[in-house]
Design a protein around this ligand. Structure first.
Ligand code: ZN
Length: 436
């Protein structure tokens, strides 16, 4: 990460003015416009300035919370302990906090308009199984631990931004929900975000997802993906006496070779991965079962559907090949099925959305440049419902996500925090009559 340019204060003032200028202040009076009537009331808002300044004074505290939360294990479907810790932190900032039945922590900062809401979220879960030892180590300026960046950084930022808003007495126009959600990773299948959108859809105007580190990107396009499991079963038997009986592993191997030769387009980019394969009980048994897990992704929903059909055809063909070439076909028949383990919907933020405009203004203010990305994140869910959403890093730098060597370097984090705060206020707006 390149350190942000130090801009002169006059330019900063101008840029802040632009951000606040573009805040949706009185949408009722301009129902057909994405850029509601500008108001100069935020141009020199002391609460916003105070919130921006809060981060620099509290960097050590923010790092501490990040380490503490990272050390509380949060494997898929076991996020409750970490959720409880986040709830306490948000509540101690003075927010009204609840945990919904899915396990999401939801802290509310009420706006003057309670019928419109915006969400700032960070996922609680990690990819690491419960047995993983998580102890944050320090190596010069780096913090090292599984999950420290993804999503320790996002959670720390969520808490810091909530606290900065509260301590600076920010009163938003739209109600802000600070959400630490469950089930973002893998087979969690975005269940936390799905439940949140289900509950708040009619009132939700924008969702900002904090995921991992950095300030170099903004995810505005949701990558559609599906996770599939193929299972082939047969009677099973003895390697010597039942030789020639159809073998589920053989069939799975035949099917896999066919599938990995499937042609996929470079554009729209479409990918597949056989990520897990299992089956059999011992070396001298003909197995009764073999399984394969495949992740498929595409920029196009049609290509995704085609690829899923290709997988089904390949499994069917692998089973057929094995049956036809088995010497003892009478000894049993193979069965197969392909099941959907999870699916993430696609979607795209319109280029003229107020949320993207707020992000661009925030980038400008902090002296950052970010590129638009397509990725698979919690933002997939709101985007698929036509709700404006982005996913961004929460500042600093990180690497080795989803590995035991994961690291995070907080240097430069302040810029990421300011950027996120400004985008949030850009879409929430500020209560009228609060300018000083
Ligand atoms: Zn993540």
């Amino acid at each position: 990460m390149i350190a942000p340019h130090v801009r002169n204060s006059a330019m900063k003032h101008a840029a802040l003015w632009v951000i606040l200028f573009s805040m949706p202040v009185r949408p009722a009076s301009v129902p057909h416009s994405n850029r509601p009537a500008p108001s100069t009331q935020f141009a020199d808002n002391s609460e916003v300035r105070s919130a921006l300044a809060w981060f620099a004074r509290n960097l050590a505290w923010i790092n501490e919370q990040q380490s503490r939360l990272t050390e509380i294990p949060a494997p898929p479907f076991q996020e409750a302990q970490r959720a409880a810790a986040v709830k306490l932190l948000l509540a101690s900032s003075g927010l009204e906090v609840q945990i919904d039945k899915t396990g999401n922590v939801i802290g509310e900062l009420r706006g003057t308009n309670e019928k419109e809401m915006v969400v700032l979220s960070a996922h609680l879960d990690t990819v690491f199984p419960p047995s993983t030892e998580i102890k944050v180590r320090h190596d010069r300026d780096r913090l090292l631990a599984p999950g420290i960046s993804d999503n320790g950084t996002g959670l720390a930022a969520l808490i810091a931004i909530a606290r900065a808003c509260q301590e600076s007495h920010i009163k938003p126009r739209r109600t802000i929900l600070f959400v630490a959600d469950v089930g973002e990773e893998g087979e969690g299948n975005l269940r936390g975000m799905r439940a949140l959108i289900e509950a708040y859809k009619p009132t939700l105007k924008a969702v900002i997802v904090l995921d991992g580190s950095g300030t170099d990107h903004v995810t505005t396009k949701a990558l559609a993906s599906r996770r599939l499991e193929a299972t082939i079963t047969g009677p099973g038997g003895h390697s010597w006496s039942d030789f020639g009986m159809p073998n589920p592993i053989n069939a799975l191997v035949r099917a896999s070779v066919r599938f990995i030769n499937t042609k996929v387009p470079a554009a729209p980019r479409t990918t597949f991965n056989i990520g897990q394969i299992e089956g059999g009980t011992s070396i001298n048994s003909i197995p009764y079962e073999a399984k394969l897990k495949v992740d498929i992704r595409s920029e196009s929903g049609d290509e995704l559907t085609k690829l899923e059909s290709a997988l089904r055809e390949c499994i069917a063909a692998g089973v057929r090949d094995e049956m036809e070439s088995s010497r003892e076909r009478s000894k049993g028949k193979l069965e197969w099925k392909v099941e959907l383990l999870g699916s993430r919907p696609g979607g795209e933020l319109p280029v003229n959305s107020p949320l993207l405009a707020a992000l661009r203004s925030a980038d400008e203010f902090v002296g950052n440049q970010s590129r638009v990305e397509r990725s698979s994140t919690d933002a997939n869910v709101p985007l698929a419902h036509g709700i404006d959403a982005i996913s961004i890093g929460a500042g600093g730098t990180g690497g080795g996500a989803h590995s035991l060597q994961e690291w995070y370097e907080p240097a430069g984090r302040e810029m990421g925090l300011k950027r996120a705060l400004l985008v949030l206020l850009g879409v929430s707006g500020l209560a009228e009559g609060k300018a000083r």
